[in-house]
Design a protein around this ligand. Structure first.
Ligand code: ZN
Length: 193
């Protein structure tokens, strides 16, 4: 298949809600392969279809590193069916070259999806592991939500975006996460004791 160009922040289609996949057609299978090829070419952990200009509810994740065997996971029409816990995750995104910032995430998630053959599966990711972070990050892409919308420090993100000549933060897009933030504060206070 093919390595695709990763769409950068500022492109309107990154903000669109992606559509459900109704049939695992050849087009969809090719799209999954393109996602994998592009993910590996970019040395990424996860990549969502809208990031290569296809607004379908599909993303791929591979958390393997170094000499570990590749471990690609394909998620089609995913639904996060359970989320709990809170922590601070430092993240970047292939659509934001070299921009990193702290965001709020759930520590534990359970996700339901279909694999590349259309078979349903349920996957659990706990303790704020890389997979748990990646699932939340990539899932958001399908609803046009970006990691900077979860930023704990918007001033830092604004500076980073300006440095990389990317459009500034969209304040009306920021997710209200006061409950998640309260849980994080509680955990931080606990850790200091
Ligand atoms: Zn991303």
């Amino acid at each position: 298949m093919a390595i695709k160009k990763v769409i950068k922040y500022g492109t309107p289609s990154l903000r669109e809600k992606s559509k459900e996949v109704h049939k695992i057609s050849k087009k969809i299978k090719d799209l999954v392969k393109d996602l994998m090829d592009t993910l590996y070419a970019q040395n990424g952990v996860g990549l969502a279809a809208p990031q290569i200009g296809e607004n379908y509810r599909i993303f791929v994740i591979d958390t393997s590193s170094g000499n570990e065997a590749l471990n690609p996971i394909v998620f089609i029409n995913p639904k996060i069916i359970k989320k709990s816990g809170a922590f601070v995750s430092n993240e970047g995104c292939l659509s934001f070259p070299e921009v990193y910032t702290d965001v709020r995430r759930y520590t534990d998630v359970v996700i339901k999806a279909m694999d590349s053959q259309g078979r349903p599966f349920v996957l659990e990711a706990n303790d704020g592991c890389l997979l748990a972070k990646a699932i939340q990050h990539e899932f958001d892409h399908l609803d046009g939500i970006l990691f900077i919308d979860h930023a704990r420090n918007r001033f830092e993100v604004e500076q980073e975006l300006a440095k990389k000549h990317l459009p500034t933060i969209e304040l009306d897009r920021m997710v209200d996460e006061s409950e998640l933030e309260a849980a994080i504060q509680e955990k931080l206070a606990e850790a200091k004791k």
